[in-house]
Write a protein that binds this ligand. Structure first.
Ligand code: GDP
Length: 619
């Protein structure tokens, strides 16, 4: 051990700590926690006590305590040391030091990339264009793209891959090709957020419309920056001032009104103002200081994917950090593969693709889903192992149900102190009641739990509401509106809870209870249907089977039933078996005959009524 009397400032220690804070994955180093000296460098992975550090670097405990005391820090032998203290002690006693983070690469979307700032370089902003139908989203995307191609000839741009890069003033901008919020939300619902800047297109002659507001909600929920393109300025009725005022009312505030949202007047038709729009995007990007480290394994998101007849599974990937190389082994969602062919939006073959670059790749073992995350790995073996682990975890997750938020979930999370914001979407019969509910719900916020109404509007509950709820873990409150069967099914599929109310105070009481962690779902009985018993069959070893005819609704196997005779309840139990002819069936509908058996009950008689019912959460 060498004695070293150099003095290290706090900043110097922090800087060294950052440089040495390399990621080490379990596959590379299966030991979970370690602390040892290796070639003059002390390598450790978790906080240590004075005693543990003393043993690991072979410096007596009193020496460490004395040194810290001289630094103005009184510590005891079992006290845990923070990284800065460990670093200072190591340098004092002649060791370099390195903390190695353990990351589970199977959950690579959760890896927090904390690269040394000196390794970071500027990356192009990723832009999505949104807005009301017919306001000119596609025209703007195309107009910008066409000016890419020399002479504006359209032929060279036919190779659409879901995103393209535009060069402007020597800098690149990545533009996602599919306009509209369906793709955007579907992606966010899968936990992927790829967009830095949303260009909100508003037609100057039409102003703010319902989908403009939806787009604002989406952009805000995703924490993307908004730039407004006031389009169709060439039209006689263009009124940009009115657009700005309408946006002001929805908290999208132009600079001249004291806000920080850049608004650009343009025309996709005449191309006027499109350069200003690109300038604004670059300006915003500069303010956002978008950076990435090109010298790491690539990590990013699938923008779209399909099965190509000739080339097999094909995916457009957006590299978000690192560099993707042809020949890299990648895990995409829960499949893996080797990047065989990588092409740019113009069809040019690429060897490498840096941060914010969209590329189309082949070589995957199956077609991934849009919104799936991907990461490159050093070996095929590792990629395969990780893909298998992820597939298994996905299966387990599907089995255990969805992870979306319900009022009951919320309740337990609040009780456990694990939730700070309750996201809510309000749909009401009128604008007035939507606004009133928004204000009243937000007023219920307490210090530890806030109610955030991420969207409040009048009208029926739509696909868009469900997707926004799914992406933002929000509940939907319907006030004097009811979802149709299709929306109900979509909500169920997405795991979104829709709560319906007709009385304001009941709605508010329910939310109040949830905030306090005291919400109790009120369960009510719901009759599914009735059947009339027409024949009795006594079957040895089975018991009494009632040949019946379903007179209303339906009966479901396994549900609760009660037996009615002359209007009185004779027995309550469970439907143990339900058959159509010889086959076991899950349910039998009105107008059909069936054979049924009630568990542990054989005293059924002709003319009895079997009523099936379920207990459901009260709406
Ligand atoms: P999207 O539904 O938002 O993608 O809108 P489109 O780009 O399809 O445009 C809708 C209609 O508006 C088309 O007929 C376009 O030609 C027209 N349009 C788009 N931008 C402009 C513009 O700047 N000026 C004029 N006059 N028409 C435009």
């Amino acid at each position: 051990m060498k004695k070293n009397n150099r003095h290290f400032s706090k900043k110097a220690v922090q800087q060294r700590a950052r440089i040495n804070n390399v990621e080490r994955t379990p596959a590379q180093h299966r030991e979970k926690n370690f602390a040892k000296v290796n070639g003059g460098v002390f390598v450790y992975s978790k906080p240590l006590s004075v005693a543990e550090l003393s043993e690991a670097i072979n410096v007596p405990v009193p020496n460490i305590i004395k040194f810290l005391f001289m630094q103005g820090k009184a510590v005891t032998i079992n006290q845990m040391l923070d990284d800065e203290m460990i670093g200072t002690i190591c340098l004092e006693f002649g060791y370099d030091f390195k903390k190695e983070k353990i990351v589970d690469e199977a959950h690579f979307e959760e890896i927090e990339i904390d690269d040394d700032p000196s390794t970071l370089v500027e990356r192009p902003p990723v832009v999505t264009v949104m807005g009301h139908v017919d306001h000119g989203k596609t025209s703007i995307i195309d107009a910008i793209r066409q000016s890419n191609v020399a002479g504006g000839e359209a032929g060279g741009i036919s190779q659409a891959i879901g995103a393209y890069q535009k060069e402007h003033n020597g800098k690149k901008i990545t533009i996602i090709d599919t306009p509209g919020h369906a793709a955007f939300t579907a992606m966010r619902a899968r936990g992927a957020s790829v967009t830095d800047i949303v260009v909100l297109v508003v037609a100057a002659d039409d102003g703010v419309m319902p989908q403009t507001l939806e787009a604002i909600d989406h952009a805000k929920a995703a924490k993307s920056e908004i730039i407004v393109a006031i389009n169709k300025m060439d039209k006689p009725g263009a009124n940009p001032r009115k657009v700005k005022e309408e946006l002001l009312a929805h908290d999208v505030i132009a600079e001249e009104y004291g806000g920080d949202v850049l608004m650009v007047e343009c025309s996709a038709k005449t191309k006027d103002g499109l350069n200003d729009l690109l300038d604004a995007i670059l300006l915003k990007a500069e303010m956002m200081e978008l950076k990435a480290n090109p010298n790491r394994y690539a990590i990013g998101t699938v923008l779209e994917a399909n099965l190509d007849k000739g080339e097999g599974p094909k995916a457009t990937l957006l590299v978000q950090n690192g560099t993707l190389n042809a020949g890299d082994f990648v895990v995409v969602g829960d499949i893996y593969g080797k990047i065989r062919r990588m092409v740019s939006e113009n069809g040019g073959v690429l060897k490498t693709a840096g941060p914010s670059t969209p590329v189309s790749v082949t070589g995957l073992s199956a077609v991934p889903a849009a919104g799936d995350r991907f990461m490159a790995f050093p070996s095929e073996k590792q990629a395969k192992e990780i893909a298998e682990k992820r597939a298994l975890e996905k299966l387990e997750k599907t089995r255990s149900g969805t992870s979306a938020m319900s009022l009951s979930d919320l309740n337990s999370l609040v009780t456990a102190g694990q939730v700070e914001d309750i996201n809510v979407i309000v749909k009401a019969d009128t604008d007035g009641s939507a606004e009133a509910l928004k204000a009243s719900l937000e007023k219920l916020s307490e210090d530890n739990v806030k109610v955030k109404v991420i969207s409040a509007s009048a009208g029926a509950i739509s696909d868009n509401d469900v997707m926004l709820a799914s992406a933002s873990h929000a509940l939907i409150y319907g006030f004097n509106v009811r979802p149709d069967a299709r929306i109900k099914a979509l909500a169920e599929e997405q795991g979104v809870e829709i709560r319906l109310h007709r009385i304001i105070y009941e709605l508010l009481d329910e939310m109040k209870a949830a905030i306090k962690g005291k919400y109790k779902a009120e369960v009510v009985e719901q009759v599914t249907g009735q059947a009339e018993v027409r024949h009795i069959y006594k079957i040895t070893h089975v018991g009494t089977v009632a040949g019946s005819y379903v007179t209303s609704g339906l009966l479901k196997n396994g549900e609760k039933v009660r037996l009615l005779r002359d209007g009185a309840i004779v027995y309550e139990g469970v439907l143990e078996s339900l058959k159509r002819f010889k086959d076991d069936v899950k349910e039998v509908k009105e107008g059909y005959e069936c054979g049924l058996k009630i568990a542990s009950f054989n005293d059924v008689k002709e003319g009895d009524i079997v009523e099936g019912y379920e207990m459901v959460e009260k709406q």
